[in-house]
Write a protein that binds this ligand. Structure first.
Ligand code: SF4
Length: 436
């Protein structure tokens, strides 16, 4: 299959858009697509979306902007500007103001996670957890299609101030040499698998050649398996990519392919399964993760089927996340109580091999917080929570409690239980990279 991308510029040439969407629905895409990044491709359009039921189709909602993703006021502001043919600059200013309201860098990514090294701010590195460094290769800061919920959406809107990226792999290597506690490097983006083999070798090859004694795992965070499986099947450098994966494994460094699956329909596609088999044959591990989102996968049966199928084809279910506090969060939000219910019901219907999955988990400023249970303790209804990961390593695994709040959708909505004024982590340490 030959890759064809559709963006705001040309999406109206998609035959299904012409056939199924009204002018009002197309206008809504034009409006929201001005604010949130929009890109889809022919595989998603032709193979994954059921157009007969597009209004409710999870893959349509996942990739096409929806009117309700903006507040009514913001939608009207952009819509009016477009309809009256306002100058480009005026539209850009309206859009800029809306974007800043959408919390472009949640969980302290910009201020708390970006380290400095020899007086240089490493804008393409995030170091939040002691053992793991995230690297944002400059050439991997796009995706084969964009998810409408994406918490990395500022990476795609062409605003340099909001973007993480660097191409100086030597700086990454120097940083890793100076931080022997780091064992894992996660290539992320965007999607690193948009890079051609030359770029991938530039980054990954350099890391291997450096023979860092502390480097145990290279992880690649990617949605290419389901947005463009041909990256591993028929693209001109597909075989070379897989050979590079083998090279990593043969060097003694673990390769973990962190695959992003939002819905069963993705993992069930035969070409996705073929691509998965080829990746697993290189010796790489494939771990799977996704957020739970209203209208897309807020049903235990979807997760149950996804995890079962993933295990059947050799993947390791890894995380169920809670949709992050950025972008169109309100549109997708599932309450923490519902997220727990979905996780638990799905978890109860799979065998032990799929119970490697952890969730529901919030990647929040202090760390990854898992919702464990809703309990009555000392006469109070509470959420039992624990850190799966944290800025301060000693917090990991620690249990803590929040007052039950049926409407809470994020950690910020919670208050400490038992009359306490602060959560323990708010008392113990300032949240900065120096604490790790
Ligand atoms: S593929 Fe990943 S990085 Fe790209 S838009 Fe989707 S969630 Fe965001």
């Amino acid at each position: 299959m030959k890759y064809k991308a559709y963006t705001l510029r040309n999406f109206e040439s998609i035959p299904q858009i012409q056939q199924y969407l009204s002018e009002e629905e197309r206008h809504a895409i034009r409006v929201v697509g001005e604010v949130l990044p929009f890109k889809v491709n022919n595989f998603v359009v032709d193979e994954l979306i059921n157009w007969d039921n597009f209004e409710k189709d999870p893959m349509f909602l996942l990739t096409f902007p929806q009117k309700e993703m903006l507040s009514e006021e913001d939608f009207e502001a952009v819509s009016n500007a477009l309809l009256r043919g306002a100058p480009k600059q005026e539209i850009q200013e309206i859009v800029r103001q809306i974007r800043f309201k959408l919390n472009p860098h949640p969980a302290g990514q910009l201020n708390k996670n970006t380290p400095e090294w020899n007086g240089v701010k490493l804008t393409g590195i995030q170091h939040k957890y002691r053992e793991t460094v995230l690297f944002f290769p400059s050439h991997g800061q796009t995706c084969h299609a964009y998810c409408t919920f994406c918490f990395r959406w500022p990476q795609f809107i062409g605003d340099k101030e909001l973007k993480f990226a660097m191409q100086e792999v030597e700086l990454l290597i120097d940083y890793l040499r100076a931080h022997p506690e780091v064992t894992d490097v996660l290539f992320t983006g965007g999607d690193p698998m948009v890079m051609n083999i030359k770029r991938l070798e530039h980054y990954i090859g350099a890391l291997l050649d450096a023979k860092l004694p502390n480097l145990r795992s290279i992880r690649i965070g990617s949605k290419a398996l389901t947005y463009w499986p041909y990256r591993f099947l028929t693209d001109v450098d597909a075989d070379a990519v897989l050979a590079l994966f083998e090279r990593v494994v043969n060097s003694g460094v673990e390769l973990a392919f962190m695959a992003h699956f939002n819905h069963y329909v993705e993992v069930a596609h035969p070409d996705v399964q073929k691509a998965l088999k080829r990746i697993i044959a290189t010796g790489a591990q494939v771990r799977t993760q996704a957020p739970v989102m209203r209208g897309i996968n807020d049903d235990p049966a979807i997760w149950r089927d996804m995890w079962k199928e993933q295990v059947k084809i050799g993947c390791i279910p890894y995380y169920m996340f809670v949709a992050r506090d950025t972008g169109a969060q309100d549109y997708f939000a599932v309450t923490l109580a519902d997220a727990l219910d979905i996780y638990r019901k799905a978890f109860q219907q799979v065998s032990g091999l799929a119970r490697t999955v952890r969730g529901p988990s919030m990647s929040a400023t202090p760390g990854k917080v898992q919702i464990l249970d809703i309990l009555e303790l000392e006469g109070e209804k509470v959420f039992a929570l624990r850190f799966l990961q944290s800025r301060v390593p000693e917090w990991s695994g620690k249990l803590f409690f929040a007052k039950y709040n049926p409407n809470a959708i994020w950690l910020d909505d919670l208050e400490p239980a038992f009359g306490k004024e602060r959560f323990f982590y708010e008392e113990e340490a300032p949240l900065s990279i120096e604490t790790v």
